[in-house]
Write a protein that binds this ligand. Structure first.
Ligand code: SF4
Length: 229
C-alpha cells in the first residue's frame, strides 16, 4: 500500500486557502539545498495511508480546509497516483495545488484543466539545469516548455518561485529569468535556508542585501515579484 507524507493544515502552502499538504516522495533532481532528501525514508517509516488522509479531509474539509497542496519530491514522477489524487480531492470539492520542479511538461499539460493552481520552481536559468539532474542534456528545453505552459495560463492560476541559493542564482540569473515573466506574473523569491549553516550578523546583513538586490531586479519584470522567507 502506497504511503504519503501528510501535513494536516498549513496557511503558507496555498495562497488564499487553508490547505492540507500531501507529500509524494522521490525526486529526479538533486538540489544541494533540498530539505526533503530524507522524505522517501521518512514516508516509508512514518507515512500515512490514503484512507487516513481522506478520513481527515472529510472531517476537516467540512470545517475549515479548502484546498490540498500536492508536493514532493516531485509528484509528476508518479502520474497515475497524481491523477488519482487530483480526482479524489476535486470530488471532495477541495481546490488542488501542484508543486513541481517543471521536469514533466506533459503532466502539467494533461492536468492543467483539473488543477487549480501550479507552483513551479525556477531554480536557475534553464541552461544550468544540467547541474541539478544526472546526465540529462534535454532538461533545458523541458524546463522552458513548462515555463511557457504556465505562462499561457491565467495569472491567478500559477506562480514561479526561486530559492535564492547563490550556488545557482545571482543577479544575472534573476535578470535572465525575469525576461520570461509577464508583467503581472507572481514570482516569489525565497531565502535559502541551509541546515547546519550558522551565519554571523555580518553575513546575515550581506545575505539580505543580496536578496534585496535580486528583488529590485525581479520587480523590473513583473509587478508581482514578492519576497518570501
Ligand atoms: S526539486 Fe525539490 S524535492 Fe527535488 S531535490 Fe530539488 S528541492 Fe529537493
Amino acid at each position: 500500500m502506497r504511503r504519503y507524507g501528510f501535513l494536516k493544515h498549513s496557511l503558507v502552502d496555498y495562497p488564499g486557502e487553508v490547505c492540507s499538504v500531501v507529500f509524494i516522495p522521490d525526486c529526479n533532481f538533486h538540489c544541494a539545498y533540498c530539505h526533503n532528501k530524507n522524505l522517501p525514508a521518512s514516508v516509508r517509516s512514518n507515512g500515512v495511508s490514503l484512507r487516513d488522509i481522506v478520513n481527515y479531509l472529510k472531517d476537516a474539509g467540512q470545517r475549515f480546509t479548502t484546498g490540498v497542496c500536492i508536493t514532493g519530491g516531485e509528484p509528476t514522477l508518479h502520474p497515475e497516483t497524481l491523477s488519482y489524487l487530483v480526482s479524489l480531492f476535486k470530488e471532495m470539492n477541495l481546490k488542488v495545488k501542484l508543486d513541481t520542479n517543471g521536469s514533466n511538461p506533459d503532466q502539467i499539460r494533461s492536468l492543467s484543466d483539473r488543477i487549480d493552481y501550479f507552483a513551479m520552481d525556477l531554480k536557475t536559468v534553464p541552461s544550468r539545469y544540467v547541474e541539478l539532474v544526472n546526465a540529462c542534456d534535454t532538461i533545458s528545453n523541458t524546463i522552458e516548455k513548462s515555463i511557457h505552459l504556465l505562462l499561457n495560463m491565467p495569472v491567478h492560476r500559477y506562480e514561479f518561485r526561486t530559492t535564492l541559493s547563490w550556488q545557482y542564482v545571482d543577479e544575472d540569473v534573476i535578470g535572465t529569468l525575469g525576461k520570461y515573466m509577464h508583467p503581472d506574473t507572481y514570482w516569489y523569491l525565497q531565502r535559502c535556508r541551509l541546515e547546519n549553516v550558522k551565519m554571523n550578523a555580518k553575513d546575515v546583513v550581506a545575505e539580505y542585501e543580496k536578496i534585496f538586490r535580486c528583488y529590485q531586479i525581479a520587480k523590473r519584470y513583473t509587478q508581482h515579484a514578492c519576497l518570501r522567507e
